[in-house]
Write a protein that binds this ligand. Structure first.
Ligand SMILES: [Zn+2]
Length: 294
């Protein structure tokens, strides 16, 4: 596995949607911020589809995401990467971790883990990947890694491969960021809690982690992170109502603190004045900035 040194070719950033539904305003906001950051640094920007979960990923959503991002006025360098086509890299990483004694197989059921844990810590994205804190039951058992078991990292026990063979988000994203030479990750602040585990994996794989920056989340009227249960919040809904990409980008930039008022703009119109420090630091109440249809 060829792993370029981070920074060898200058700034490299990425946006990595999960194709489990249509992109919504919150996804569009994070993509916009990641693109602005990369392009304002004259950096390269990649698009990676996080489709390691065969049960939730749909090719039509991956295609729709590319169409919707282009419709917004965003672009990216090189071909789109699909995690489902990069399993050799994940296998190689798992073997390296195993050689170092940093992983073990675990046969605990979800019920076992729930029973062992009070106050499970869950992350909104890939919640099942992070899971509850692992009590460490199977670490000393030496179960075979190629059995029908979850493979976990030594220490806090986060999964790197599921019992059904699907690669866990944490391992896949670290291997991909390393092999693409990503120097900085801009993502939603819901993923901030995943940073220590990812930095731990980078170190275990003898790679330099990227810098992590966290963009503000968009919240529904109930104070929860914006999602489709808040109504017509997808870019497809927006297009269907006859509104323009320029209006959406202007309203997102307004909510993010990048515009004083919601004027229609293309993403490139925001480049000249973009600075990370100008971004709002707190979650964005979506209904203050966007018409949310039921
Ligand atoms: Zn176990």
């Amino acid at each position: 596995m060829k792993i370029p040194q981070n920074g060898e070719f200058g700034y490299a950033g990425r946006y990595a949607p999960s194709p489990s539904g249509y992109l919504h305003f919150g996804n569009a906001s994070t993509a916009l911020v990641a693109w602005l950051r990369a392009r304002s640094e004259n950096g390269r920007f990649f698009l990676r589809v996080e489709d390691t979960d065969p049960q939730r990923s749909k090719p039509e959503f991956a295609a729709a995401a590319q169409e919707d991002l282009r419709w917004m006025g965003l672009d990216w360098d090189g071909p789109v990467e699909f995690q489902s086509m990069r399993t050799e890299g994940y296998q190689a990483a798992l073997e390296r971790l195993n050689q170092k004694g940093l992983v073990f197989a675990c046969r605990c059921t979800r019920k076992d883990l729930q029973a062992a844990v009070d106050g499970a810590v869950r992350a909104p994205h890939g919640a099942e990947d992070l899971g509850p804190h692992y009590p460490g039951t199977c670490a000393p058992l030496g179960l075979p890694l190629n059995g029908p078991y979850t493979v976990r990292a030594q220490g806090d026990g986060f999964p790197v491969r599921r019992a059904d063979g699907a690669w866990a988000y944490t391992l896949a994203v670290v291997v991909d960021d390393a092999s693409s030479g990503i120097t900085e990750v801009v993502r939603g602040s819901d993923l901030e809690s995943a940073t220590p585990q990812q930095e731990q994996l980078f170190a275990a794989l003898d790679c330099v982690p990227p810098k992590y920056l966290h963009a503000p989340l968009w919240m529904g009227p109930d104070g929860q992170r914006l999602s489709k249960r808040h109504g017509a919040v997808s870019l497809r809904d927006w297009q269907a109502s006859g509104r323009t990409a320029e209006e959406l980008v202007g309203r997102l930039a307004w909510g993010l603190g990048l515009l004083e008022e919601p004027i229609p703009v293309r993403p490139r119109d925001l480049l000249q004045d973009f600075a990370w420090d100008r971004l709002r630091k707190t979650p964005v109440p979506a209904s203050d900035y966007l018409p949310l249809a039921p």
